[in-house]
Design a protein around this ligand. Structure first.
Ligand code: HEC
Ligand code: HEC
Ligand code: HEC
Ligand code: HEC
Length: 558
């Protein structure tokens, strides 16, 4: 599911897509198995959280209770309290951060039903039974806990409180046993950036703490301040990875599709930290010193200070997501090749969630927008499967050279994977090495975003994003919409010369686009995307593009 936010960063409660579990019929069966060693690549964030390492793992975590003392992060708070480091825990609970309920959600009927279907509707329903899935135990199942809690397993050695807080503090700030003590001493802050460990997907630092060999805990917190490191943390669950997989079996059983876009998810995350800097930064105008010059050291200062923060979030998220997606595909193909489970799921191949959902889930109407957009346009041959439409969008290819400091977009590696994935007969042993090469190519790219985001440059990028001719799937349109929101927010801060009316005009247009991308009531995955929607979206994107060009002309953005 994706929550499309509106364009104000400050407005985190958005008009949401209604999410209700639809009646789902099907699930391929999958057996529960403990994750075992797989031959898949270790290049990118490969974590091996086998049962053997559980004891090591457990001892590295202290649980949210360890942060909740009144003198630490547990000062009482209500929903109107100003966030500070003192009340982070209490706010996290009162604001009902989605992560605080991630474990309890596993005890709902919806979750039980997902798992029951996934396991082949076993035991079969009897006539009098209303809820045959009620015995399913997703809250004890590694296939779910791996993302819905801080620990992947619920065996006897793991005390319940470690699980019950869901995706709690240590899921993002890192296992605390090794740093909790120094963290409470006066010397901690004096460590400056050295108190953080950067989460680098490529060097697999993120998972060093979790490795079977029990690599020495770092004594440092994971760096959530640096936005690339922060994005690398989020994608571990929001895209997935080794031992963490929301595949098509799970989606078919009722799990929402994972559509991660970092800027939007950051906007939707309730803030348990002092975000006044971000709000204050809204007041910066180009006439004043730009925040990025005020706060040159990213690792030391809140990135929210930067006027172009949202563009940075967008770019960091694209890079982190596509790296994670490539590594996940390598893992999936490797598992299929060796018939080993991924994320404790039975290997499914070809993995259908790698493709555009609408390639299969659609009405067969004439005229057909898919024929028109893909076959007529020469982008695909009839019957070829469109791979990577979310994580490797055309938008990414368009913007990469402009946004990232190292401009080499791995076009060749991507089309290699796309070619190998284009049929249902895709061979895992052909896909795995190509996905690995792609992951490596993405890792060779610097994470740094170009530093000079002036108003004209943002406008030019927005014109590129709002390209109506590129809208060939829901994924492409949604990615472009989300990027437009991020860039529009940055523009507002960087240009600093917009009247409320100018901003409102942009907002109205973006909102109209959002409405056309909504999943319908009762759906938690893309639905209701038709020839007519595509035509409307094209008009809306063209209109938006004209509007941006006119605006930039008027304000002398040249
Ligand atoms: C790869 C990580 C991952 C795994 C594995 C996973 N989930 Fe999730 N789950 C998520 C994320 C992330 C979301 C939020 C989706 C979003 O909004 O983008 C979610 C959402 C959900 C929701 C919807 C919650 C709501 O508030 O509407 C349910 C129910 C759910 N998961 C159940 C399960 C069950 C049951 C399993 C095991 C069979 C499972 N999940 C495995 C990551 C995962
Ligand atoms: C989903 C990921 C996530 C979870 C879970 C999470 N945090 Fe955070 N936390 C962040 C992000 C992102 C920031 C803002 C960036 C930063 O300052 O590091 C942050 C900031 C903070 C800060 C402010 C740090 C500073 O230097 O200003 C504190 C304190 C904090 N979190 C405590 C907690 C506590 C206590 C919990 C558990 C109740 C928790 N966090 C759970 C992601 C998370
Ligand atoms: C350990 C796994 C994990 C990590 C790490 C994680 N999340 Fe999540 N996130 C989840 C799960 C699971 C859910 C679904 C919770 C539910 O609805 O019950 C979720 C839900 C969310 C939601 C609500 C989505 C919706 O559609 O309602 C947002 C926003 C979010 N996460 C943002 C983030 C951000 C930003 C980060 C990184 C700073 C992050 N998450 C890191 C597992 C994780
Ligand atoms: C290559 C074709 C293909 C692709 C691509 C595909 N699916 Fe499916 N999907 C199927 C088939 C086949 C079934 C089983 C059909 C049935 O039982 O009616 C299915 C079943 C489902 C179901 C359960 C049945 C239903 O109609 O609700 C859901 C939900 C679903 N898919 C969602 C998705 C999502 C979301 C995506 C994109 C991430 C996706 N699918 C991509 C072929 C595909």
């Amino acid at each position: 599911m994706i929550r499309m936010r509106t364009q104000f960063t400050s407005c985190r409660i958005v008009a949401l897509l209604v999410i209700i579990v639809p009646a789902l019929a099907v699930a391929q069966s999958a057996k529960t198995k403990a994750p075992t060693k797989s031959s898949a690549s270790k290049t990118v964030g490969a974590s091996k959280t086998g049962v053997a390492s559980l004891r090591d793992l457990t001892s590295q975590y202290v649980g949210a209770g360890g942060c909740a003392a009144a003198a630490c992060h547990g000062e009482s708070a209500d929903s109107k309290s100003r966030p500070s480091s003192k009340n982070a825990y209490s706010l996290w609970m009162v604001l009902r951060d989605p992560h605080s309920i991630a474990y309890s959600v596993l005890k709902t009927d919806a979750s039980r039903r997902i798992l029951w279907l996934l396991d082949g509707a076993n035991p079969p329903p009897t006539e009098e039974e209303q809820k045959p899935w009620r015995h399913a135990a997703p809250h004890r199942d590694p296939r779910c806990l791996t993302c819905h809690s801080i620990l992947p397993d619920a065996s006897a050695t793991v005390s319940d409180h470690l699980l019950a807080d869901g995706v709690s503090c240590e899921a993002c700030h890192g296992p605390a046993a090794s740093w909790l003590k120094p963290h409470t001493t006066a010397g901690w802050l004096a460590l400056g950036p050295n108190r953080y460990q950067s989460i680098d997907q490529c060097a697999a630092v993120a998972t060093a703490n979790e490795s079977k060999s029990g690599a020495a805990p770092s004594g440092r917190m994971w760096n959530t301040r640096d936005i690339q490191s922060r994005a690398n943390v989020c994608v571990r669950c929001h895209v997935g990875g080794p031992d963490r997989d929301v595949n098509h079996d799970l989606i078919a059983a009722g799990h929402p599709r994972l559509n991660f876009e970092f800027a939007a998810f950051m906007a939707n995350l309730p803030k348990h930290w002092d975000d006044s800097l971000a709000r204050e930064a809204l007041q910066y105008t180009s006439a004043q010193a730009a925040p990025r010059e005020l706060w040159p050291d990213q690792s030391n200062w809140p990135p929210e200070k930067r006027a172009d923060n949202e563009i940075r979030l967008w770019a960091a998220g694209q890079l982190a997501s596509s790296r994670a997606a490539a590594a996940l595909l390598d893992q999936r193909a490797g598992a299929a090749e060796n018939e080993l489970p991924t994320g404790a799921l039975h290997p499914a191949w070809p993995e259908l969630s790698e493709y555009d959902c609408f390639a299969c889930h659609h009405d067969l109407s004439a005229p057909s927008w898919r024929q028109e957009l893909s076959y007529t346009a020469g982008r695909r041959k009839p019957g070829e499967l469109p791979w990577g439409t979310w994580h490797f969008s055309r938008l990414q290819e368009d913007l990469w050279p402009t946004v990232l400091r190292t401009p080499s977009y791995p076009t060749a590696e991507i089309s290699d994977v796309r070619g190998a994935m284009a049929t249902l007969g895709a061979k895992p042993d052909a896909v795995a090495p190509r996905a690995k090469t792609l992951a490596e190519a993405l890792c060779a790219n610097s994470a740094a975003v170009t530093a000079d985001w002036t108003a004209p440059k943002i406008s030019a990028a927005m014109v590129q994003i709002a390209d109506a001719d590129k809208l060939d799937s829901w994924d492409e349109a949604a990615q472009r919409y989300l990027a437009l929101v991020a860039f529009a927010n940055a523009y507002r801060r960087v240009a600093g010369n917009q009247t409320p009316a100018t901003h409102a005009e942009m907002q109205t247009r973006l909102e109209a686009i959002r409405k056309n991308l909504n999943f319908g009531p009762g759906y938690r995955s893309p639905a209701h995307f038709s020839q007519k929607t595509v035509a409307t979206l094209r008009e809306q994107f063209s209109d938006l593009r004209d509007h941006i060009q006119a605006r930039s002309h008027e304000s002398g953005d040249r």
